[in-house]
Design a binder for this molecule. Structure first.
Ligand code: LMR
Length: 329
């Protein structure tokens, strides 16, 4: 039998530990790879502001932009290990976790961002947030960036034949790899943080990205031409570790969910304006030239990229592709 004073000492210690645990806010590390002045940068800062206001003293959100904490290739692993609690990779970076999300990389799938928005809000779209549950990940929201444009270090960039033989940096996506191969170009998967230097030194000739990513990373300073192709979408899924998420006190999970919903609305509204603004800033900077395309030019790009659809239809699922196409109407 333990003497009473030991029992009392243990009780005091246990009580102290409980009080200390409650006094400490839950730290939510949110890591991403782009600049603060981008749609994702702003949405994550808004999430921090809202979450901390809704859960004062209970939660502290720390946002790490610009691959400062973890870059591409490391952030998903860090999330699974519990080194960060939230990340928001582009939808092109989920290949290894589910084939379904490859849907978003199909070239010329969505007519515009309004269609992307409608699809993400649909039942089929929302089901994708749960598609990585089996891998220990929970999708919390879709965040917009925008439509991708194509850039190279060449003067001429109007038709698919202009990219033949050129090296392109791509995100880690098999669909994007097939897209560039369909145009007889050479794609190279590369982390976002390495793109500027790869363009500057000529390791690659070109890349595809949104206006806001190109401007905030200064890609326009090391590229000659940007063709306004709008050939695909670059959007994000905010993901968390499902075990961590389910283990949160109910009130904290609720507060974070509300903050996420509000930050999503805020960021998604902002995304279009940011891309418009950054397109204008790129044009005004006078470094890279913006190539406008005719309807016939766009039709030629669409035709060149078409074979990609057939190749991935089986993996993605025809139903999902049809549901996405419906959102164009
Ligand atoms: C890219 O790698 O080009 C983008 O996914 C970066 C980002 O997060 O917008």
């Amino acid at each position: 039998r333990l003497p009473l004073k030991h029992i009392l000492a243990c009780a005091v210690l246990a009580f102290g530990a409980t009080v200390a645990a409650h006094a400490q806010p839950i730290v939510v590390k949110f890591s991403h790879v782009v600049a603060d002045k981008t749609p994702k940068g702003q949405a994550s800062l808004k999430f921090k502001e809202l979450a901390e206001a809704k859960l004062p003293g209970k939660v502290q959100v720390q946002v790490f932009p610009n691959s400062q904490l973890f870059g591409d290739g490391k952030e998903m692993e860090a999330l699974l290990l519990g080194d960060v609690q939230m990340i928001a990779p582009s939808l092109s970076k989920f290949d290894r976790y589910t084939k379904k999300i490859q849907l978003f990389d199909l070239p010329f799938l969505f007519d515009d961002m309004a269609a992307v928005d409608r699809f993400q809000a649909s039942e089929a779209g929302k089901s994708l947030l749960d598609s990585i549950k089996g891998r220990g990940l929970q999708g919390l929201a879709f965040w917009h960036n925008g439509m991708k444009q194509l850039s190279t270090n060449k003067d001429k960039l109007e038709r698919p034949e202009d990219v033949k033989g050129l090296k392109f940096r791509i995100q880690a996506s098999d669909v994007l790899e097939a897209q560039f191969r369909a145009m007889n170009a050479n794609p190279q998967k590369m982390a976002f943080s390495e793109v500027y230097q790869a363009l500057q030194t000529g390791v690659v000739d070109g890349q595809e990205n949104t206006w806001s990513n190109m401007y905030s990373q200064k890609f326009h300073e090391v590229q000659k031409t940007i063709a306004e192709t709008n050939h695909g979408v670059l959007d994000y899924m905010v993901v968390t570790n499902s075990k961590w998420w389910e283990g949160l006190p109910a009130d904290v999970r609720k507060g974070l969910s509300e903050a996420m919903a509000e930050a999503t609305e805020y960021g998604n509204k902002l995304a279009g304006d940011f891309n418009e603004r950054d397109k204008k800033l790129i044009s005004e900077a006078g470094k890279a030239r913006i190539q406008q395309l005719t309807k016939d030019d766009v039709a030629a790009w669409r035709k060149a990229m078409e074979p990609v659809w057939k190749k991935f239809e089986g993996d993605i699922g025809k139903d999902l592709i049809d549901a996405a196409l419906k959102s164009n109407q």
